[in-house]
Design a protein around this ligand. Structure first.
Ligand code: UDP
Ligand code: MG
Length: 321
């Protein structure tokens, strides 16, 4: 544990409309961080909030210079906000946590201790108590399905609350892709990973930014970001349907030869057309999804744009706060 104390810890906090919660976050971090690291900085990233989040950040940063902030020019999404924070983080260890205190900062001590054992990533895994039944069930199913589909290992209950070593952060920053599905990226970079469990905490202020639609899109991202298996499925399914069509053609030919032309068949026809049309549209969508990604990747646009940031902090101050 003595090693922990000589480290500089950076805490990256993506914030989108978190005006109400920031004061409490500030107070809690000021209480917790000096006990777990000798030197620390907090990077508050304003992800284009439309409320007074940025004003709160300016206020907090003026009060405690160890709290720095970066304001993005608009809402780029949590992934981009995290990336913005990571690219500014100067610590030997970097923690990522939500602004709503759903990621209890009190856990950081235990997480840093695991990092000192030689792990490069320490992830916090929450139990799902307090989540709606339906959401829990859907999440479970989703992770079971996704782990079958993608090559990287994704765990249920593991979110973005984690502590990374400096080299893990460098590895993450070296992945330049535009579509960032960070759950997958964290897993893709590898390194030794340790898990620390904690109990689910409800949001202190405001409400979750995840609607059902957003979760669904996130789910599709997870499947498509990491491999081309959905395209494989299209090939197999296509082959299967073609084989069935040939078999059916043989059957119809024999039927005509032996029993003559038989007019009815409207239902078969409709089912065939509708079914095949559906499958074709579905996989056209899948292909389009990949094509769209290629399109965005080739633009090589930056992941985020900064509109305002606090002054860089002088290195290694001796006074905390
Ligand atoms: N967040 C962000 N940009 C967004 C959406 C969310 O930076 O476009 C931040 C948000 O402020 C919070 C964290 O990401 O700190 C997690 O968001 P939320 O609490 O809404 O998600 P949940 O905890 O419900 O998964
Ligand atoms: Mg939350």
């Amino acid at each position: 544990m003595t090693q922990t104390r000589s480290r500089r810890l950076s805490v990256v906090v993506p914030c989108f409309n978190e005006e109400q919660g920031l004061a409490q976050l500030h107070a809690t971090l000021l209480e917790v961080l000096p006990a777990v690291a000798d030197d620390f900085e907090v990077l508050l990233v304003d992800d284009g909030s439309s409320d007074g989040t940025l004003a709160e950040m300016r206020r907090i940063s003026a009060l405690s210079p160890r709290f720095r902030y970066i304001a993005l020019s608009r809402n780029f999404g949590k992934e981009a906000a995290m990336l913005a924070g990571l690219s500014e983080a100067s610590g030997h260890a970097v923690a990522i946590m939500d602004a709503d205190l759903q990621h209890p900062p009190q856990l950081l001590g235990a997480m840093l201790a695991r990092l000192d054992e030689g792990h490069d990533q320490v992830v916090a895994r929450r139990t799902r108590d307090g989540d709606g039944r339906a959401r829990t069930l859907v999440s479970r199913l989703y992770y079971r399905l996704i782990n079958k589909m993608v090559e990287v290992d994704l765990k249920d209950g593991v979110g973005d609350f984690r502590v990374l070593s400096h080299r893990a952060v460098r590895a993450l920053l070296s992945l330049g892709e535009y579509n960032r599905f960070s759950k997958g990226l964290f897993s893709w970079i590898g390194f030794d990973t340790a898990i620390v469990d904690y109990d689910n905490v409800q949001r202190a202020h405001g409400s979750s930014k995840w609607s059902f639609g957003a979760l669904l899109n996130y789910g599709i991202d997870g499947v498509v970001s990491f491999n081309n298996r959905p395209l494989r499925i299209a090939i197999y399914l296509g082959a299967m349907v073609t084989a069935l069509a040939f078999l059916y053609a043989g059957y119809v030919a024999l039927d005509v030869i032996f029993t003559g032309v038989d007019a009815p068949g409207y239902a078969t026809l409709m089912v065939g057309i509708a079914g095949l049309g559906g499958i074709q549209l579905l996989f056209l969508g899948v292909i389009g999804e990949y094509l769209g990604r290629i399109y965005y990747e080739t633009k090589r646009r930056p992941h985020f744009l900064v509109k305002e940031a606090s002054e860089p902090q002088p290195p290694a101050l001796t006074v905390l706060g």
